[in-house]
Design a protein around this ligand. Structure first.
Ligand SMILES: Cc1cc2nc3c(=O)[nH]c(=O)nc-3n(C[C@H](O)[C@H](O)[C@H](O)COP(=O)(O)OP(=O)(O)OC[C@H]3O[C@@H](n4cnc5c(N)ncnc54)[C@H](O)[C@@H]3O)c2cc1C
Length: 428
């Protein structure tokens, strides 16, 4: 049976794949998208808690993690956050901003997904849902030296493809269709992959206190330490859960923890649950409480109104004390000092970073040294482009991962269409 020939095939109809398809089609290319799930862009619906934080005004390069800041910056600048906002507006999605974070004015992630689907329709992109890319086989010319295209095998068909945009995402949130397929297929072709690890997720701890504090939410600071050095810190609402800790400040450092654990290191965390007070102020406050109304009362009574009950119980555990014990010990410097140490910098031993099913993104992926910086084309495989989370680029929470998806999809889509046009022109 003769294989169908497709000029531009986009594998993966997620954030970057849809933008890539639209951009290639706008430049006149005949574009087909294959998407594993039953409709494109399903993950977008889950972003930003259903509100889709699609970009951020603050685009410092430190908000992204990769092995090549220059490449990432080049790609981001070509289709930067302001261009994304304008692009969305032109296509019908007005935006609202809060502290630099951008969301659709409708407050609905569904508006972003629907807009991208509408644009694909407007530019006559053919979309095949429930179809999974499985294998890529390079086709060579008679000399056996030059790649002329790719045979692409899916679970439904085989195609001859001139330009293949790989937008299949990473391994995070596998229920959304992203099961690391791209890494496997590219590894088979000898493309270097930086080990994919979970990021933007919770951290499981080796500490008996977790069972006691489950359900507590508190503003605090999380610090990441390794080999005696403080590597990172973040402040925000910490969520204490039965297996460990979660919340935005934990998410922000989780990718780094994943990488350190992968390297065989032993990182640990310190949490400060009263970040607006110095240790001295905490000690003074403990003394004031015990002296004013604490004698003859319990530690729980003295800590009430200062810390959530469950958290107080968890912190006292490290001192082998419980909330029912007498508060008089706090009249001694030693006990006040030890309790203030728990409040201002409790050390937490990490068991693991939560698995991919709980992670929002993947850190790691296609090594950036494999890519042409100005097109995102694979150097070893001309005609294959890599976008979004599949590449070794990840951002912190705040709209950065989608910004990378939009920027990389935009560049790859335009590059693929331009390369096709150049080839057609050079043949005629
Ligand atoms: C719960 C959650 C909340 C998030 N919130 C935000 C947020 O508010 N802001 C932000 O910036 N980022 C957020 N992210 C991250 C962001 O969604 C991703 O980084 C981004 O979607 C990646 O875009 P992508 O195009 O690379 O991949 P995806 O959007 O993951 O798309 C990949 C697509 O490829 C399809 N696919 C996979 N394998 C195959 C195959 N073999 N054949 C065919 N199709 C395939 C998948 O079904 C999927 O549709 C969130 C992620 C999650 C999970």
């Amino acid at each position: 049976m003769k294989m169908r020939s497709i000029p531009v095939l986009v594998a993966g109809g997620g954030a970057s794949g849809m933008v890539a398809a639209i951009e290639a089609a706008k430049l006149g290319a005949n574009v087909t998208v294959i998407e594993k799930k039953n409709k494109p862009g399903k993950k977008i619906l889950a972003t930003g808690n259903g509100r889709c934080n699609f970009t951020n005004r603050n685009q410092e390069i430190s908000c992204y993690h990769s092995s090549d800041d220059t490449l990432v910056q080049m790609v981001l600048q070509r289709f930067d956050h302001q261009k994304v906002i304008d692009y969305f507006w032109e296509s019908g999605v007005m935006s609202k901003e809060r502290d630099g974070y951008y969301y659709p004015l409708s407050g609905q992630a569904a508006s972003v997904r629907a807009m991208l689907e509408r644009e694909m329709d407007r530019y006559k992109v053919e979309v095949h849902c429930d179809e999974t890319l499985q294998r890529i086989i390079p086709r060579k010319d008679l000399s056996g030296q030059n790649i002329t295209g790719y045979e692409v095998q899916t679970d439904r068909d085989k195609y001859l493809v001139r330009k293949l945009i790989l937008a299949v995402g990473g391994s995070a949130a596998p229920a959304q269709g992203t099961t690391g397929d791209g890494y496997r297929m590219l590894q088979e072709l000898g493309v270097a992959i930086v080990p994919p690890l979970p990021a933007l997720t919770s951290i499981e701890l080796d500490d008996a206190c977790c069972k006691l504090w489950s359900g507590v939410r508190i503003m605090g600071q999380v610090e990441l330490w390794c080999e005696g050095s403080r590597l990172a810190e973040d402040i925000g609402e910490i969520q204490m859960v039965a297996k460990g800790i979660s919340g935005i400040p934990v998410f922000q450092i989780s990718g780094r923890v994943s990488r350190l654990l992968y390297q065989g290191k032993e990182p640990y965390l310190k949490i400060d649950v009263m970040p607006d007070h110095t240790k001295e102020q905490v000690m003074e406050e403990l003394l004031r409480r015990v002296n004013t109304y604490g004698v003859g009362r319990s530690l729980g009574d003295v800590l009430d109104g200062m810390l959530p009950d469950k958290l107080a119980k968890a912190l006292l555990l490290a001192l082998h004390k419980s909330p029912g014990d007498g508060a008089e010990i706090l009249q001694e410097d030693r006990w006040r000092n030890d309790l203030a140490d728990q409040i201002k910098g409790k050390k937490l031993h990490i068991r693991k970073v939560s698995d991919f099913d709980k992670a929002q993104v993947t850190t790691g992926g296609v090594a950036l040294s494999e890519l042409q910086a100005d097109t995102l084309e694979l150097i070893k495989y001309p005609g294959i482009y890599v976008t979004g989370e599949l590449a070794d680029v990840d951002g912190i929470c705040g709209g950065y991962n989608l910004q990378w998806a939009w920027s990389s999809g935009h560049l790859a889509g335009q590059s693929a269409a331009c390369a096709l046009k150049t080839k057609i022109r050079s043949r005629s």
